[in-house]
Unconditional design. Structure first.
Length: 158
């Protein structure tokens, strides 16, 4: 039977706690900063605004679940003919949405826990691109070099 002295037990206990603290600090470091989550919805209509009556939109809702503020710089669309062009980062079409709708114009500072809403008119050209190839809605923000991309699924009739 092996007998441990109290100092050996305390030393092991300290080593275990120190390792757990180190792992926790690495986890916190890896997950710091702005963390944006967003959804894209198609075939959306507005009510109560006579200027948009009869129009259909692609809407985007972005929420910052991170611990730092970031600035949404642009919203746009990228279209790839197929996955090979997507892997090569060679879009056949690229566009920026110039008017994302009120009340959140771009650039927009989004704080932790904040939400930003934007929209783009769903025109025939956009519908065609969503239904042929791979269309992505992109959010460009100051916390990343590359845009966040969410695929726009095939769009049926509104």
């Amino acid at each position: 039977m092996v007998q441990f002295e109290l100092t050996t037990i305390v030393a092991w206990w300290g080593a275990i706690i120190a390792t757990m603290v180190l792992v926790w600090d690495i986890y916190k470091w890896a997950n710091r900063g702005a963390r944006l989550e967003y959804t894209v919805k198609t075939n959306m209509k507005t009510y109560g605004d006579p200027t948009t009556k009869g129009m259909t939109f692609v809407t985007v809702r972005v929420s910052n679940t991170g611990d730092r503020t970031t600035t949404i710089e642009n919203m746009g669309f990228l279209h790839y003919k197929n996955w090979i062009f997507q892997m090569a980062r060679k879009p056949s079409f690229a566009a920026v949405v110039t008017n994302v709708g009120a009340p959140n114009p771009i650039p927009y500072e989004i704080k932790p826990g904040g939400i930003w809403d934007g929209m783009a008119q769903q025109e025939e050209d956009l519908i065609s691109k969503a239904n042929t190839g791979r269309l992505y809605c992109c959010i460009y923000h100051s916390g990343a070099k590359r845009p966040l991309m969410r695929r726009v699924k095939k769009i049926g009739s509104a």
